[in-house]
Design a protein. Sequence first.
Lengths: 286, 261
Amino acid sequence: MARIVSLAEAVEENVRDGDTVAMEGFTHLIPYAAGHEMIRQGRTDLFLVRMTPDILYDQLIGVGAARGMKFSWGGNPGVGSLHRFRDAVENQWPRPIEIEEHSHAAMANAYEAGAANLPFAAFRGYIGADLPKVNLNIGSVTCPFTGEVLAAVPAIRPDVTIIHAQRADRKGNVLIEGIVGVQKEAVLAARRSIVTVEEIVDELDPPSPNSVVLPGWAVTAVAHVPGGAFPSYAHGYYPRSNAFYIRWDEIARDRETFTAWIRENVLAAKPEDFARHAAKTAAKVA
Amino acid sequence: MTDFTPTEMMTIAAARALSNDDVCFVGIGAPSAACNVARLTHAPDITLIYESGTIGTKPDVLPLSIGDGELCDTALFTVSVPEMFRYWLQGGRITTGFLGGAQIDRFANLNTTVVGPYDHPKVRLPGGGGAPEIASNCGRIFITMALTKRGFVERLPFVTSMGHGEGGNHRERLGLSTSGPTRVITDLCILEPDPETKELTVVSMHPGIARDQIAGNCGWPIKFAETVIETPAPTETELVVLRDINARTKKAHGAAGKEAA
């Protein structure tokens, strides 16, 4: 049964140095507050997993928290490069980073295999592409029935998965709405999981019998962190700050401006500071 | 006729490639603008799909990312990312994939991964994202990117997603039954693969563009088809629709910023 705890406790109890950590949210519901808490607690030597390591992983890589990263698209969506990620790969600053690169289809299949307790995923992919030449974790498997050769990748089994969601009830049952990405699979593939939420409510009231719900007994910890997905967004709560994503390009371009930004906005901040972004905007909610 | 920029011509020429019956997997940036111009002009019933899981989306402003809330709010429905890639893309339901890229070669293979060696890259680019499987699983592929020497290169340092590979019947030899890239729309001209060799060949030049301009912006000795036509200039309607959506987009992204500051 999920424990409802503070974000600091959730990270303290569930994220260890050296862990394989998946933080998911496909442009939506990205667990920024949890990432900042990991930086404040000085977690290090992490192997980070994420389909689209955007600003959140740029921050974790830039402070030197990551020894490696498994990913499929490492950019600032619609803006350009992740400068901290590039600095780590191109110049080994602040430390070298081992990368394991895949395609989206591979990552999505690998999470699903993890959730399904399978050792690997098979799919029709990477045909004619160069990634299999540089990534030893891309193999192939022959279908025993048709003889077709398919791409194979190992299942993703994180030590801990961290996601953000709209709300949870007091038993820790979690509701996710909107672009649900790969979060359900990522949580079910992991040994432990942390879910930060916009609201904790008495009754979950899923809007449909087919809603995406993670039951409390499949989640390790739930923390109430309103605004915790900013500058990404929470469907039904607040919009994506495209302006911040654009501004990040300048902040992260330079090692000193980046470090100053982290000092001021992460190290000197606390999870409650995210609440100012949480103003519930009913507009455009279906 | 109003004046138009080369980028406007590119977006509009790209939009024209799409039809009302297309089910289109939309890449972010230039492809997204083109797909929505198509939807707002000659292809009102086109199905636009973004890899974030939004299906049948009708955004009023162009998304900055492939998962902006606008896409989900205006979609017919939204699925998980594994479902998107497994059932809809790998399942063969998508007629057209619309991609951009950092670099392309004469057989329309794309690189968005690295410049320089993979282990010690000179420039680390974002990577493939959905592109490797979009390129193989969609019925056909359109590509749109500006024609520059940096972008159109003799040899790719890395093949992120396969176009026509080494040319000829390379796709078939790898067991692919999809068509691969059938059109590349640039700011100066439109290219299509030669039916036999699959080498990209200029089939249409935008108004006012000369052959040496095209040749001078391409990293390999570019070929022209036997018959090269002139791309019809943008119509008043096409330009108004494109400029309106760009203006709405600029305003929306700026406004979101103020709110957040």
